[in-house]
Design a protein around this ligand. Structure first.
Ligand code: AR6
Length: 536
């Protein structure tokens, strides 16, 4: 089963794809409304053009369970911001419209405009990144084009919001299984509003505030992410801005026609697997040092190495796996509008997002590398057949702590919730993953690969693992994988071995894989017992 091809080990991609094309899985049911699934467009879809908004008669809800929309009649703004007590109030949406419908000659005018409906933050927000981008980073011609032509289009797209979104958008709150489907055009308009910082109540930094447990969505955070002394990280922010402007260029020159589904998945802890009692075997594994999840994982369940506040530092200095994915597929950012911080046994699954940009480099060397045409086919509900699952690993300050069984179980459950599905099928796409939790979050990839394999096994999926250039990791994991297969080590047994390793005192702990090699050769009693029963 192993190959001579030095780039990969384990099972071939043909076998992972079960000898079909990458997009031939039939595991995802069409979009269908239900009490837990809100659909913001009309079904069936039109033969051409973007989906029409649903409901036909607009409904304006202003409460704790839905996104507080900037155009709601309930969103009010002081007529005289300096003198709230005396001046009375008007609709904030009117203020937004008036201040945005103008010709912008500079990014400073755009800043003034944004602040005119966010006066509370006039002293606190700065727009250093935005100004650097327009005045220093891109050339004058480009800056002129962007301000004179693209920004007005973004404004148009944002101001279409009341026509494009007619129903309340439910929030995906903690410990609820809730799903939302939107059209790509609706998402574009929401993101145009985020860009212009129009979402009310989303700016407080107080954790006790109404949205204290939600990610930030207004782009002011990104616009201020620039410091001379953080030169290389500020540079990456400039390149992220290029990706975002490119996205808006694309969606304002031709309205996208597809749809997107966002699902919050919650499995109560008591319904998660008893890991010591799982007798499934390790699943098929393809492990490679070449390629990335988003490029070579076509059609598979692609893991987003997430923060519990989905999107992580995308609207800030962050520029690692999650943030890069969010800027090359900016539709992912709409999840930040609706998703409350993920709990331990929760995941977010996003179907249908499109990729708009190419990129080069990583972290501080990240660069926008031009337009990307996404050739992924669509399903019958208009979604690109791209499926992403956001799971947040634990951050480990102390490397030893990750072997504590409480933490191992937490990571097993998290991966299980992300990889499993309420739809039972024996034809589930493999998981496309890699060093989840092992970069910014400082986990041990030799442990995390096994944790993910165990979760995939119980969820009934194979796995494609990208080591991101690390050939040593590829080889050591492949060797361990074949060793465990040869010794018939099942998930419960592997769990028991992890727990034995953890019982040895940290100062006496040997190399983790050496420990597994030594111990897994010794078969547990139950195996002898079963073997005895079979022998004559
Ligand atoms: N494909 C495959 N592997 C990759 C890719 C890719 N496209 N990009 C990176 N890797 P990291 P974490 C590998 O640090 O540790 C964010 O801020 C590469 O080896 O992004 O889970 C989130 O918002 C890299 O070192 O994930 C969270 O706050 C490793 O994957 C936090 O980082 C881990 O990537 C999560 O940190």
């Amino acid at each position: 089963l192993t190959s001579d091809d030095p780039e990969w080990k384990g099972i071939s991609m043909e076998e992972i794809y079960k000898h079909h094309g990458p997009f031939d899985w039939h595991h995802l049911p069409p979009i269908h409304p239900s009490p837990s699934h809100t659909i913001l467009f009309e079904l069936p879809l039109p033969n051409r053009g973007p989906p029409r908004p649903h409901p036909v008669q607009a409904v304006d809800k202003w409460n704790q369970d839905c996104v507080r929309m900037p155009h709601s009649v309930h969103s009010l703004y002081p007529i005289d911001p300096e003198n709230e007590a005396t001046g009375g109030f008007r609709r904030r949406w009117e203020v937004i419209q008036e201040s945005l419908l103008q010709n912008f000659m500079s990014s400073h005018q755009l800043e003034a405009s944004i602040l005119s409906y966010n006066h509370k933050y006039a002293e606190r927000w700065d727009f250093a990144a935005l100004h650097y981008f327009f005045n220093e980073y891109i050339d004058e011609e480009e800056a002129k084009m962007c301000l004179g032509s693209l920004i007005p289009k973004i404004v148009q797209l944002a101001l279409q919001l009341p026509d494009l979104i007619t129903g309340p958008i439910p929030l995906l709150k903690r410990q609820r299984n809730t799903t939302i489907s939107l059209s790509q055009l609706q998402v574009a308009s929401l993101l145009a509003n985020a860009f212009l910082c129009t979402f009310p109540r989303r700016n407080s930094t107080n954790p006790q505030s109404e949205y204290g447990s939600f990610p930030f969505i207004n782009f002011n955070k990104l616009f201020s992410s620039f410091r001379e002394e953080r030169h290389s990280r500020s540079h990456a922010v400039m390149e992220k801005l290029k990706c975002i402007f490119h996205y808006f260029r694309r969606v304002t020159s031709k309205a996208p026609e597809g749809t997107i589904t966002i699902q919050r998945r919650f499995v109560p802890k008591k319904s998660c697997p008893r890991w010591d009692k799982q007798h499934v075997k390790l699943p098929a594994l393809h492990i490679t040092s070449k390629g990335t999840i988003e490029s070579q994982g076509a059609g598979l369940l692609q893991v987003d190495f997430a923060n519990k506040y989905v999107g992580g530092g995308v609207l800030n200095y962050g520029c690692v796996q999650e943030e890069i994915r969010f800027v090359i597929c900016p539709e992912l950012m709409v999840t930040m509008l609706v998703t409350e911080a993920l709990d331990d046994t929760e995941a977010l699954i996003i179907n249908g997002v499109e990729r708009y940009s190419r990129y080069e480099g990583y972290s501080s060397s990240f660069k926008w590398a031009g337009d990307f045409t996404d050739e992924t086919p669509r399903d019958s509900s208009g979604r690109l057949k791209t499926c992403i699952v956001a799971i947040d690993a634990l951050y480990f300050k102390q490397p030893n702590v990750q072997f504590n069984m409480g933490n191992v179980i937490r990571e097993l459950n998290k991966a299980y919730v992300g990889f499993s599905s309420e739809i039972v099928s024996n034809n589930m796409p493999a998981v496309a993953t890699g060093n989840w939790g092992c970069g910014a979050f400082r986990g041990n990839p030799q442990l995390k690969v096994l944790v993910q394999l165990m979760a995939a096994a119980v969820a009934g999926r194979s796995m494609v693992y990208f080591t991101f250039g690390d050939t040593n990791l590829r080889d050591s994991v492949a060797d361990m994988y074949w060793h465990l297969i040869r010794h018939d080590v099942d998930i419960g047994r592997l769990f028991a071995l992890l727990s034995q390793y953890q019982e040895t005192q940290p100062e006496n702990r040997s190399d983790f894989y050496r420990f597994l090699y030594n111990r897994s050769k010794i078969k547990p009693l139950t195996h002898y017992f079963n073997a005895d029963k079979k022998s004559p």
